[in-house]
Structure formats: C-alpha cells, structure tokens
Design a protein around this ligand. Structure first.
Ligand code: TXA
Ligand code: MG
Length: 318
C-alpha cells in the first residue's frame, strides 16, 4: 500500500526518475498539492485523468522551474505576461498562453493554449529542477483530488482521497500544510488584454498595480474554454450553505469575531482572510470526517483574497 514519503534530497531524485519513467508523484506547492506526471508522456498523463476520475477535455497546468522555460511550451508571450511572470513567479499564478507543438492535445484538452506555472515552494522547485536535469520539460499537475472534490492542502489528505487509486510505484511527497490553501490565480494571456479566469492569491488589484494594460475578470470575453470553472466544484460531501448561522449539529465556518451558534460544530474561526484561505479546505474535510450533513459558512466580504475565498465557497455550495 502506498504511503507518504518524507522529504530528503534522495527522495527528490527518486521522484524525478519516477516521473521520467511514467509514474505519478503527488507533491506540495504553496497553493494546494498537485498530482504530477511527465507533461510529454501521454500514458502517464492519462493516468492523472484516471486517478482523478477527471474528464479528458479538462486541460492541465504544466509546472516549470522558471520563466526561462516558458519558451519550451508557449509560442508567443505578450509583454504584460512577462511582466507578471517577473513579478509573481515563483508564486500562485498560472498564465494561459498560445501553445507550441510541445503542448499536445492530451495536455491542453485540444485547445490552442497552454497553462504554465512556476510554483513558489522549495520542494516543488527542487523536484522540477531535478526532473529538468534528466531531460524533463515540465510536470503536468492538477490538484491532487478526485474530480469535483475539495483540493488537498496536506499530504495526509492526498493519501486519504487518492491512496487507493495510486499504484505502489507512485509517490506522495510530505511537505506539510500548504501556506496559501487556495488554487492559483489563472490569467488568460492569449490576447492583447489579460482576463482573470480563476481568482487566487495574486489578486486583480495586484495585477492592476503591475501592468499598464487593462485587466478584467469578465469570463464572457475570453475565447479560452474553461472547463471546471462553471459547474459545482471544490465540494465536500456535506451540503455547504452560505451566509446563515448553523443549526445545532451542523458545521459552522466564519471569521473569529462571529460566535458559534449554540450546538453547532465550529470547524474554522480564522482571524484574517489569509487564515481563512489556508484553512478552508481542511475545515470542509473535517466536516466530512465528522459525517456532518450540513456546513453553514459566513463568507468574508471585501476585495483581495476574499474574492478567491468567495469563488471557491460559492462553487462548493452549488
Ligand atoms: O494552484 C494550482 O493551480 C494547482 C497546483 C497544483 O498548481 N493546480 C490546479 O490545477 O488547481 P487544476 O487542474 O485542478 O485546475 C486548473 C484549471 C482547470 O480548471 C483547467 O480547466 C484550467 O486550469 N486550465 C488549465 N489549462 C488551461 C488552458 N490551456 N486553458 C484554459 N483553462 C485551463
Ligand atoms: Mg482542481
């Protein structure tokens, strides 16, 4: 039975070799844990889809060790995308760019674009560098959860949800709890103006402060097809209900200042939005472990990271 492997530099070399020979490696990033495969190996990538139970037309993000490697995958990179990469990589941001032939249909879901990210986590970067040193071009990695479910923010969560679907030659690298806890900001960079497709810790305000061209989050104006963005997603087994107080026996998530209604089970009481983002997926999982049927969530208002929290919680509730 597959187990979690503790981080050592030998484990990183072993993981890189494993990826090169077509195995899967679940690894920590600063956002959530990813389920990685060699992004040029069709049979390895098809195992990602099988392991997640994910429809094959949903494109995967390719992880690279630095923005220098963008040219292996992207045909053209607009100036504003270089500016964003300089400012926010390594970090919680994915850029969608016109693809090169290296990015095959089995990665892009048949689209003409490729999603690229340099993760801001030392283990992820070491793994990418080790993989690139033996000829790898990039690691395709979706969040390491079953399709439609809550993303894992600890190695233990990966083992619980994917353990039975992985094989003994696959690996799960221990990296502790992810610091950010919500998936990366996805930005469509295939036209003259960037469009935010998924909000994350790199916020629209931060992007506006970095580039001169106008940025929007108007998903209707993108030509990029974004599966996984509209339907219900990020959902625990418990029914998530928004902006009401919990009844006795129900789970309750709200900022620290909001008291727990009598008889309700408090799952998270964060002091700041950052702590809300970091803890939300573990709190939803805890609700499932306690076999709660409903979780009431009072979502934070305001801009910045609160927008990404609202996005995920709203999807978890639909
Ligand atoms: O933080 C993250 O982004 C994590 C970590 C592991 O890097 N990854 C992640 O991957 O959240 P995933 O596959 O669970 O979500 C990526 C989303 C999907 O909804 C997919 O449809 C979209 O990105 N996507 C990827 N490539 C795309 C492309 N070429 N065009 C449009 N959407 C794309
Ligand atoms: Mg995902």
């Amino acid at each position: 039975m597959l187990n979690i492997s503790n981080y050592t530099s030998e484990l990183i070399s072993k993981s890189a070799l494993g990826l090169k020979s077509g195995n899967l490696v679940a690894f920590p990033t600063e956002t959530v844990y990813g389920l990685g495969a060699d992004a040029t190996n069709q049979s390895a990538v098809s195992r990602i889809y099988a392991t997640k139970g994910r429809p094959s037309d949903h494109p995967l993000i390719v992880h690279i060790s630095s923005s220098v490697k963008m040219s292996s995958w992207a045909k053209t990179v607009p100036d504003y995308a270089y500016e964003l990469a300089d400012k926010y990589w390594p970090g919680p941001m994915t850029l969608i760019l016109p693809r090169k032939k290296t990015a095959k249909d089995f990665i892009t879901g048949g689209q003409n674009s490729i999603g690229l990210r340099v993760p801001g986590h030392t283990i992820a970067i070491e793994l990418l560098k080790s993989f690139e040193a033996i000829g790898g071009l990039g690691i395709a990695a979706p969040s390491a959860n079953r399709f439609g479910a809550v993303s894992p923010t600890t190695a233990e969560s990966v083992l619980v949800v994917l353990g039975e679907h992985l094989s003994d030659s696959d690996l799960i690298i221990q990296g502790g709890q992810c610091q950010i806890g919500l998936e990366s900001t996805i930005i469509d960079c295939t036209s003259s103006h960037p469009i935010i497709l998924r909000p994350g810790a790199v916020t629209i305000e931060m992007i506006r402060g970095t580039i001169k061209v106008n940025v929007t989050n108007d998903k209707k104006s993108t030509i990029v097809r974004v599966p996984g963005m509209h339907q219900s997603h990020y959902s625990p087994k418990a029914k998530v209900e928004l902006n009401r107080f919990a009844m006795p026996g129900e789970g309750f998530i709200a900022m620290e200042g909001i008291p727990t209604p009598q008889g309700a089970i408090r799952l998270l009481a964060p002091e700041y939005d950052k702590a809300f983002a970091k803890g939300i997926y573990l709190a939803l999982r805890a609700g499932d472990e306690k076999k709660l049927s409903k979780i009431a969530v009072i979502i934070p208002d305001g801009d910045g990271l609160a927008e990404a929290i609202r996005d995920r919680i709203t999807k978890a509730s639909s």
